[in-house]
Every structure is written in C-alpha cells, then in structure tokens.
Ligand binder design. Structure first.
Ligand SMILES: N[C@@H](CCC(=O)N[C@@H](CS)C(=O)NCC(=O)O)C(=O)O
Length: 218
C-alpha cells in the first residue's frame, strides 16, 4: 500500500501528482493523508516517528516510510517506469536528475528563506534582509526555469506529465507568495496553465484545495 503524507500547497504536491499519474496509467491507488503544516502537525511525535525532519512529503510503502522528494520520485519512477515520470534513456535521465537536484536543493531552499526567514536568523532586520535578497534570487531561478520550459510541448519532456512539471508549477505558485507577478513570466505562466489542466495535476490541485493564483498586487 502507498500512503502519501502531504501539506496542501507544499512541495509534497510533486509526489502527489506522480501518484495521480501512476493511478491513471496503472490503476494502483494510494491513500492521501493531509498534514496541517500551519497547525504544526508535522512536529507531533507520531509524525516525527515517520519523518524525523518534521517535513512533508513522506511516502509510506507497505508501512515503511521514505522521505525526501528526490528519493520518493526516483522510487516511484523506477517502480512504475511505464508512467514516464522521468526520462528513461540513460543520459536524458542523468540530465533530468541534474535539473531535479538543483530544483530541490537550490530553488526550493531559496524560497524557504523567503517564506520562513525565522528558520535562518533571530534578528528581525536580518530576517527582512533574507526575505528581500532571496526573493530577488528566486526570481532569477524562475527565469532560468522559464528558459528551460520555453520549448516544452506541451510538457517539460514532451507528451507525458513528469516530476519536473509538478515542481515547476509549484515554484510559480510560490513565486506569487514571494511577490513575483506570474504575468511577468508569460511563457512560464502559459506553460503552468497547460500543466494545471492535465487530469493528474488537476486531481492533485482539487484534493489539496489550492489555487494557482497566489500573487496579490500592491
Ligand atoms: N528536502 C526536503 C524538503 C521538504 C520541505 O521543505 N518540506 C516543507 C514543505 S515544502 C515542510 O514540510 N515544511 C514544514 C516545516 O519545516 O515545518 C524534501 O525534498 O522532501
């Protein structure tokens, strides 16, 4: 049995989409377990027992927990290669993993500095500076992704929805929370609108009860 512990709108959206795509192609279902991050449910003793980092996502496979998006998605892709969550050809896959690693260890953590500066500094002025600096850095990272997806037809790797599509969507959504107007990245926004309309993505969006538009002017 596959169980995903996810936080609505969080990075766990990436394996959530993967599991929906797996369900559509193979019929293998999963149990979705919401974790209310704003209420601190990720720090309860029960949750820390399956994920000592106190973070989502956690995939529980037949009672055994697996953490870290990269490990979870690699596992799901190898278990269900017919879904095409990542490219199968050796070099293409290596390049895809290189982008995936950068998204997870760099873009994601840049946003964490914007969203949770309290995790990185005690001083209020230092937190404000971390926020300002990393929001600008995050924008340059989204521009790099926009360069990559410029030729996406219709998705990152072609016809099949992939891990990268779900992560790219999440980053643009978070961009709104970092004060980045998605209309200022028009190619990226048009691509995310396509990705959001894919049935597996739409199902994950509906279950999480999230909206794509997070940017507020002013
Ligand atoms: N490197 C981790 C990052 C996970 C992560 O940053 N999760 C965030 C949500 S996007 C979280 O659970 N935050 C709650 C907290 O830190 O209290 C992974 O790839 O799984």
């Amino acid at each position: 049995m596959l169980e995903l512990h996810y936080g609505p709108g969080a990075c766990s959206f990436v394996p959530h989409v993967a599991l929906e795509a797996i369900k559509a192609v193979t019929g293998e279902d999963f149990v979705a377990r919401p974790v209310k991050l704003h209420k601190g449910e990720q720090r309860t003793p029960e949750y820390l027992a399956i994920n000592p980092n106190g973070q989502v996502p956690t995939l529980v496979v037949d009672g055994k927990p697996l953490s870290q998006i990269v490990a979870i998605c690699d596992y799901l892709d190898r278990r269900y290669p017919q879904v095409g969550l990542l490219p199968s050809e050796l070099w293409m896959r290596a390049q895809a993993m290189s982008q995936f690693a950068w998204m997870n260890n760099t873009v994601h953590t840049t946003f964490t500095h914007v969203f949770m500066p309290d995790r990185f500094a005690d001083d209020e002025a230092a937190r404000a500076e971390l926020k300002r600096f990393n929001a600008a850095l995050y924008r340059t990272q989204l521009e790099r992704i926009q360069g990559w997806i410029g030729s996406a037809r219709p998705y990152w790797f072609g016809e099949r929805i992939s891990i990268h599509d779900a992560y790219a969507l999440t980053f643009l959504r978070w961009g709104g929370l970092a004060g980045i107007d998605p209309d200022s990245l028009p190619a990226y926004k048009a691509y995310v609108d396509r990705v959001a309309a894919h049935p597996a993505v739409a199902a994950a969006i509906a279950r999480e009860g999230i909206k794509l538009a997070t940017f507020r002017k002013g």
